[in-house]
Every structure is written in structure tokens, then in C-alpha cells.
Design a protein around this ligand. Structure first.
Ligand code: AKG
Ligand code: FE2
Length: 352
């Protein structure tokens, strides 16, 4: 990734400011009222539910503390990630993603047709995960994605699996709180994830970049799934497009917190009450940065559409239904090919 390659250069209007605005006000939410129990008594967690609802509405992003994921486990995960990426490119390429199983190592992802300054390793929550072969709606064939088996570090797979189990539990809890905040049954969303969810974890490594004013670690985008549970290290670089004024603001790292954002699927389920917010990652010329997002995704055959409880005569559905698996197949496939058109987006399903 050393030499200046035009593939990484953002169009002038998308280039980052080198002295970003630090975000004031991205809510930090203390989950302790529910960390050690499931939501059995809604009155006990009423305040928490309100906070989550406000954060989803006003920011689409929030941070959580006292979230129940063990700090030691997170540190083991982060250490394993550093060890993996410190290997030679040749070693890492032994576990590269391939044409059919779009999971594993790669350093060539594009966001909106510009290459990201990063390398990543993707690992599925469920192995194998079933996904449509193509995004063509008339093609019913499924394919299997399976996890790669890196040899180094030797405990890599075990640590990732243990870590996924914990962040998955947190995801289910957050979905309960979000459901309650929308006036739904706590377990309203469970059925979409309980069998055959398509979630995966991504280990991101952003090496130092000699032209941080021209390139981005990840270009501006919205996450397509339901929720993202992100661990960022102390370097910082994540920027969120603030809903209030559409300014890019930096999310200051909070030790041991997770950054949560609402994805497109929740936007559609909630019929636009909650919005999936654009974000991007800045790189810097001195420090490398690591981050670990967990993308909580429903089963491939989920038909995503505004929930019945969220629509009525005054609030008609704003989206046509779409199949989650088709959307995912489209996204994952096209993020590696430079195209003249924008990648699939939920507004393609918007009812005018
Ligand atoms: O590295 C980060 O802070 C965020 C990465 C991200 O937005 C993504 O991978 O979707
Ligand atoms: Fe993202």
C-alpha cells in the first residue's frame, strides 16, 4: 500500500478535513439496568428505553458502557487481530476471500467505487452461512459462505468465536431495547435472527497513510444490516454525518465502550422513524488504527419491509419489500468491482 495510487483518491467534495470537529453529544448510554438480565419487567428499564429511542432518532449512533462484554475478552480479540495483520501479505493471502465464499482476508475493498485504505478479515457468526448465489430475484439458488482457518495466531478462531458469542448477546439485548423504544414487544425482532442469521465480524486494519487528506480508510457509507456493534481503538478516525446539520463529526474513542449504529434494515422496519446514518473513517500519516465491527444481520430469506405496527393510514409504508439475502449478495459482490453506478441502496426500494 506504499505508492500513491489514484484508485485511493477521493473526489474533492468527499475529502476529509484534517482538523475534524469533535462530536459533542453522541450519547453514551449506561446499559447496567439490563446487563445481567433479559428485559422481563419493562418498567425497570423505562429510562434506558427512552434514552435509546432518543439516540436512534437524533443521531442514529450512540455508545454503550456496562454492556456485558468482558474487557479481557475484547483485549484478547484485539491482540489476536494485531498479530494476524502483522504477518506478511503472503501469509494473509493464504486465507483470502474467494469468488464464492466472500469471507476471509482482503485489502482491495471499494466503497462507492474508491478504494479504501485498509485491510480486513471477515469471519461469519454461523458457519456455513447460506446466501443467494446472485442478486437476481428470479434466481433461487443458494450458496454457502464458510470461514477461513488462519494458522496464526494459533488461538485465532477460538478467540473470534468466543468474542462473537458475546457481541451477539449484546446485539439481541439492544434489539429488545430498540423494539421497546418503538412501542413493540421486546422480542419482536428475534425471529429474524434466531435461525440462519447472516451476521459477521470484521477485523479492520488501517495502516498509516502518506496522504490522509486525499484517501479514506472507509469511504462514506451506511451500514446495510440491522445493527453494527463497533469496537474502535484509542487512535480514532470514525466520523459520523451529524443529522442536525449534516456536518462530519469525529467520534471520540471511549475506552471499553461500543459504538452502536442503526443500519438500513432498522430504518425500513421503523418506516424511517430511525435512520441509518452515513459515516466514514479517516486515516492518519503516523498511526495505524484497528477496529472491529460486528454486523448484526437477519436471515437471508427475511423480507425486509416496514413493520405492520409502524404503518397506518396516516403513515403509509415508505418502502417496497426486499429480500435481505439478495441485498447482501449484491453489496458483497459489488464492493470489489469498480462500477459506473452506485452500489445497491435502500432508497432504490423507496415508494415515491
Ligand atoms: O473502523 C471504523 O471505525 C468503522 C468501520 C465501518 O464503518 C465499517 O466497516 O462499516
Ligand atoms: Fe460502517
Amino acid at each position: 500500500m506504499g505508492e500513491v495510487d489514484p484508485a485511493f483518491i477521493q473526489d474533492p467534495e468527499h475529502r476529509p478535513k484534517l482538523s475534524p470537529i469533535q462530536a459533542e453529544g453522541i450519547p453514551i448510554i449506561d446499559l447496567s439496568p439490563m446487563t445481567n438480565q433479559t428485559v422481563s419487567d419493562p418498567s425497570f428499564i423505562e429510562g434506558l428505553v427512552k434514552e435509546i429511542g432518543n439516540a436512534c432518532k437524533e443521531w442514529g449512533f450512540f455508545q454503550v458502557i456496562n454492556h456485558g462484554v468482558s474487557l479481557t475478552l475484547r483485549q484478547r480479540m484485539e491482540k489476536a487481530s494485531r498479530m494476524f495483520f502483522a504477518q506478511s501479505l503472503e501469509e494473509k493471502k493464504k486465507v483470502s476471500r474467494d469468488e464464492t465464499s466472500l469471507i476471509g482476508y482482503y485489502d482491495t475493498e471499494l466503497t462507492k467505487n474508491v478504494r479504501d485504505w485498509k485491510e480486513v478479515f471477515d469471519f461469519l457468526a454461523k458457519d456455513p452461512t447460506f446466501i443467494p448465489v446472485s442478486s437476481d430475484e428470479h434466481d433461487d439458488r443458494l450458496t454457502q459462505w464458510t470461514n477461513a482457518s488462519p494458522e496464526y495466531p494459533s488461538n485465532f478462531r477460538d478467540v473470534i468465536k468466543e468474542y462473537i458469542e458475546e457481541v451477539e448477546k449484546l446485539s439481541f439485548k439492544l434489539m429488545e431495547l430498540i423494539a421497546l423504544s418503538l412501542g413493540l414487544e421486546a422480542k419482536r425482532f428475534e425471529e429474524f435472527f434466531i435461525k440462519e442469521q447472516t451476521s459477521f465480524i470484521r477485523l479492520n486494519h488501517y495502516p498509516p497513510c502518506p496522504y490522509p487528506h486525499l484517501a479514506l480508510g472507509v469511504g462514506r457509507h451506511k451500514d446495510g444490516g440491522a445493527l453494527t456493534i463497533l469496537a474502535q481503538d484509542e487512535v480514532g478516525g470514525l466520523e459520523v454525518k451529524r443529522k442536525a446539520d449534516q456536518e462530519w463529526v469525529r467520534v471520540k474513542p471511549t475506552p471499553d465502550a461500543y459504538i452502536i449504529n442503526v443500519g438500513d434494515v432498522i430504518q425500513v422496519w421503523s418506516n424511517d422513524l430511525y435512520e441509518s446514518v452515513e459515516h466514514r473513517v479517516m486515516v492518519n500519516s503516523e498511526k495505524e488504527r484497528f477496529s472491529i465491527p460486528f454486523f448484526f444481520h437477519p436471515a437471508h430469506d427475511t423480507e425486509v419491509k416496514p413493520l405492520e405496527e409502524m404503518i397506518n393510514e396516516q403513515k403509509p409504508p415508505k418502502y417496497r419489500p426486499y429480500k435481505w439475502g439478495k441485498f447482501l449478495a449484491h453489496r458483497k459482490g459489488s464492493n470489489f468491482k469498480k462500477q459506473n453506478v452506485e452500489n445497491i441502496q435502500i432508497y432504490h426500494y423507496k415508494i415515491a
